[in-house]
Design a protein around this ligand. Sequence first.
Ligand SMILES: Cc1cc2nc3c(=O)[nH]c(=O)nc-3n(C[C@H](O)[C@H](O)[C@H](O)COP(=O)(O)OP(=O)(O)OC[C@H]3O[C@@H](n4cnc5c(N)ncnc54)[C@H](O)[C@@H]3O)c2cc1C
Ligand code: FES
Length: 274
Amino acid sequence: MSFQQYHTPVLANFSLARNTFLIRLQAPALAEAIRPGQFVMIRMPKSTDPLLGRPFAFYDTVLDEHGKPIGIDVAYLVVGKVTGLLADLKPGDAVDVWGPLGNGFSEPAGDQHVGLVAGGIGQTPFLAHIRELLGTRGYAGNPARRRAHKVSLYYGVRSADLAAGVEDFTKAGAAVHLASNDGSVGHHGFITDLLAQHGAPQHLFGCGPEPMLHALAKQAAQRGIPCHLSLETPMACGVGICFSCVTAVKTSDGWDYKRVCVEGPVFDAKCLQW
Ligand SMILES: Cc1cc2nc3c(=O)[nH]c(=O)nc-3n(C[C@H](O)[C@H](O)[C@H](O)COP(=O)(O)OP(=O)(O)OC[C@H]3O[C@@H](n4cnc5c(N)ncnc54)[C@H](O)[C@@H]3O)c2cc1C
Ligand code: FES
């Protein structure tokens, strides 16, 4: 694993939806190296409270006028200490970031229709993934190459005001299907129920709360479609040292714990020992 730590200036920090923000960080070397499905750890500099960093998917790379990566965007939901502090940052402030971390998304099976399924704040890894799949942006030094004919994003939220980045996903070329628990936007109910009503994509990728991932893995198994899930397990170090992030994974002779930060965060749904 090759990652580096950076002290990154904040270029922008603005609201995307209720309690949800986008922070833009100037980090050219990180932006050159990161690819969809990987994540970074962010820590408040010169602070011991909180002491530990927190994991965040990169929403997308920021390009200069020549198409050169100069930074990353991170979209975040305020839930506690670090995300609360991030929301107060202004351009010119700085955070400590280390990355790129984790394995990233695998190549899709087939080249026709890929389905991305997100719940809560689980949409954040999918903007860069959409652009990579549709071949509109290259990552980690690789040229852009189309990997899917069509990409659909199935995105479930509690209510309409929490739907963050919908315009970004649509502009990136995905067919966006929304669901909400209270019926204020899209399908009234679970996103996995909406997915079940649609024609089967050839490969599913999911990110979100565990019950949603369970339902998605079950549906993929019933339909016989490959499915990869990005886990949002809480992490302390993010780099494989502390074992605070383990999840149970099936092995040839039973099961074993794997570190989500190093062996994940993306796992084949068939391998997870729920
Ligand atoms: C690989 C990965 C990528 C992620 N990407 C994003 C992202 O792009 N945007 C985003 O907003 N969040 C993302 N998360 C979740 C994010 O890391 C947590 O929301 C964050 O750690 C909360 O930090 P905090 O200091 O604000 O909250 P804390 O003060 O640490 O905790 C507040 C509350 O949130 C709970 N909590 C902490 N972490 C998690 C978690 N991972 N899942 C569920 N509950 C949790 C705590 O138990 C506590 O109840 C990601 C997590 C992982 C593992
Ligand atoms: S977070 Fe420390 S080993 Fe994964």
